[in-house]
Design a protein around this ligand. Sequence first.
Ligand code: ATP
Length: 269
Amino acid sequence: SKATLFDKGARVNINFGDVAGLDEAKVEVMEIVDFLKTPKKYTALGGKIPKGALLIGPPGTGKTLLAKAMAGEAQVPFFSLSGSDFVEMFVGVGASRVRDLFKQAREKAPCIIFIDEIDAIGRARGKNMMMSNDERENTLNQLLVEMDGFGTDLGIIILAATNRPDVLDNALLRPGRFDRQITIDRPDLVGREAIFKVHLLPIKISQTLDVHKLAEQTPGFAGADIANVCNEAALIAARKNKDAVDMSDFQDAIDRVIGGLEKKNKIIL
Ligand code: ATP
């Protein structure tokens, strides 16, 4: 989902319990959470805490959710912006947005800055169709300046998400910038079942609902698609004036979401 233009240092009440599956990614990000909570433990031995990590994976797999959960777990403010917000901006606006964001973040450190769709600003030269190259480069340069401009002792961790790591400018991947990469894949059967369980929590489900079967029927679904199925199923059941959501409602919802995904893919192809 799209991060709003600025989450201006809001506190988040999302934690790792809200993120189903992604066990390997969680282990890696827990380390970063620990840096934020107890930086001295690490710097005491002369180590340098990383500044940034890149979350790599397809749309809707929980990258934004995981970044927010990190802020929730570390109990630090969450700042975010999306690369696509910079598309079609007037000259200079992108760079000044980045500058403002870091200024606010420095005032509230320790904190997390999350940049969704970083490929929109972080593409290597000449590879961006959407934004004028000058403007994109200004924005990217400002981001690099800001990242280099603070010491890790401030406790600012910069996370960025992309599903196109291959197009990123190498400058972003240098040591002291996004030097850690965390891969997030579409969930497997076990992961999908876990995600269903999270999103079924607020829903009144029939006692005969078979969650394992739902996971089996949704190969290729990302977490966002599963969240969508659960919500659709509840709406379908409500329309039929049922007092619990049952398997047939979920079947209809799955069909509907598959239909939507097919449409979306047709447009992309
Ligand atoms: P995009 O690249 O499109 O921004 P994303 O990877 O950042 O996608 P999110 O925005 O984090 O995906 O996921 C959208 C929603 O899907 C989440 O708010 C959550 O409801 C659900 N979701 C995705 N992955 C998971 C998961 N692993 N566990 C629980 N819910 C999930």
